[in-house]
Design a protein around this ligand. Sequence first.
Ligand SMILES: O=C(O)CCC(=O)C(=O)O
Ligand SMILES: [Fe+2]
Length: 220
Amino acid sequence: MSQQGPADKARRATIPAESATPWQVIHPAPLLALQPDFLTAAEADSVLHRLDQEIDWHSPTIQIYGRQHKIPRAQCWMGDDGLAYRYSGHSMYATPWHPGVEALRDRVIHALDHANLPFSRFNSVLLNRYRGGEERMGWHSDDEVELGHAPIVAALSLGSERPLRFRDRQRQAFNVWLPHGSLLLMGPGAQSCWQHALAPRKIAGTRISLTFRRIVSDAA
Ligand SMILES: O=C(O)CCC(=O)C(=O)O
Ligand SMILES: [Fe+2]
């Protein structure tokens, strides 16, 4: 069962209350905000199908406490020419932008800019694909040095609705459910305030997420 914390209740609020913005504030500072209908259902269906088919998905092996493990999902790191990024001890070189993903990136930047929300000139994205509820991502913060101080991360979700779980330093946790076609903004300070994880769940179906970031210094 999802744990309902104060942030779950707050997710009904809008920013700002008087305007017709489609954004819901989950937490005001650091800002966590969700646009549940960023893509229409038809758009989200088509993008899900296209990315599932066309992306060069990989499940690399990583070393955890000296043992080799295949990551329990598939991923693809995409971005501007020549960008490199360290992730779980691996140097990853960005593959060139898929035109559909590039168009989504521009829409994400525009939507954040338009709503006066914090945004970056995102120059990279990590695509994650979870084939069923046992595929997952463990606790982490997106706080690699390459992302600079107080990075902004925007996460587009497609497919099976699953909760992203957040926890603070006191281990207080809450879930943010991410509907098909939704966009979650993790604003400045969110990565140092919380860790997040996509826990295994008895939820069938494929889910793809695109987490847009800006690399400010190259790890190459
Ligand atoms: O799949 C998700 O929604 C989370 C992905 C994530 O945390 C990441 O790419 O860093
Ligand atoms: Fe993350």
